[in-house]
Design a protein around this ligand. Sequence first.
Ligand code: CA
Length: 529
Amino acid sequence: MSTPQPSPMPPLVIRMHPEDNVAIVANDGGLPAGTVLPDGPAQGLVLREAVPQGHKVALRNLAPGQAVLRYKVPVGYARQAIAAGSWVHERLLDMPAARELQGLPMATEPAPAWSPLEGYSFEGYVNADGSVGTRNLLAITTTVQCVAGVLKIAVERIERELLPQYPHVDGVVGLEHSYGCGVAIDAPGAEIPIRTLRHISLNPNFGGEVMVVSLGCEKLQPSRLLPPGSFPIHDARSPEQGPDNVCLQDAAHVGFMSMVDDIVQRAKPHLARLNARRRQTVPASALVVGVQCGGSDAFSGVTANPAVGFMADLVVRAGGTVMFSENTEVRDAVEQLTSRAATPEVAQDIVRELGWYDQYLERGRVDRSANTTPGNKAGGLSNIAEKAMGSIIKSGSAAIASVLPPGEKLRPDQKGLVFAATPASDFICGTLQLAAGMNVHVFTTGRGTPYGLQACPVVKVATRSELARRWHDLMDFNAGQIADGQMTIEQAGWALFHMLLDTASGRPTWAERWRLHNALVLFNPAPIT
Ligand code: CA
């Protein structure tokens, strides 16, 4: 055991909202009894007892039964009188009651009175449908996992033999996935993975070029994946002929190499059209940002997620789109979502999606309310409501303008803050946000994950400086500077906003530099036969 050292930085507590009556101790090793808080939300307050790092200190005297507010939300109710300067740990709190999906406040919270944010832009690829790409990629869609091995070899040849001739194309992405013929293709919920694949093929980073590799005998035929009218056409084909498709079982293919050659040849006109495109200046309103967290720690809800939330507000004020997701991490704070809905109809959509997800989990006999882990509590999270608020804070404070079911695609006019209802799994959430039309991804992590996507740049945000130092060539932004007292949440949010615009304009993320990416993972709630 090492002897406790005096903290090298002055005492620092972080309050998440001006109306909060508790703040979080940021210092490594916590703060001892008798500490006088220097400036900030509680100038001159003396700690009555030691408070560990990540834990709450009462900023005011709390009466028995009084709501303890963090993020301006009750994370518990005082079991007894709590004096200002006390450590507010979970044994002093009664947990807020679990929320049913009935009787929720619907669109009760007025939208923040914001002035629009003007004059911010990035350099993007404007598509025919008005969407804007941040990368110029050729995507090759697949109908079934059976073709994945052939496509992989064809993609390697395209990269080696063709890409040097098309210097304005950023890369080739084989959209492979685990979907096979075992799926019950007409079962309830089976449309979700199909529309996910369809909509990923139309992601703005693929420039409206659609090319498919199919097997021939699979249930999910190219015409079902991409029906006439669902995809753009740039050559002489009629919509009824379907997308540009290489079918491996086609009688013209004699031997393996003829399949690979066919895919490589057919890629050329797509590459030529993509190569003719150039970046142009577009307003920041063209950003479609997906926010997500993974590998969270006690500081996710104190540093990285609040900074991302501030950034999200800036994107919304600039007229852009921000999606937040992760059903299981928002469910316990559902009333925060329904009250923030822009209209009662949007609140009803939130209830519908989360109700559907409750039933999906019940079918699998999963207990959503599995409590906070011992690690969460040791880190200062008293209960699931507090944990959920730490995740939701990524969405900032805008009114929720609309709700997107899993696998659906945003309409061009669907701006502002969107609740894209997805599972919390990093890969499934990322895959569904890609289908929605995301052109930049922001991912916060505390424990650390090398997460990346091939189709879209991922800006990774570390919750603490120790991780940012150790993973110096994986993490793009260090929100730990907030806990170090080097930056405010607002400053970090602005820095992230500028980093988003640079990334959207082509500056590679660390994951892109190393060519790190994870697999697409489809959300398939239907049975497998
Ligand atoms: Ca996640």
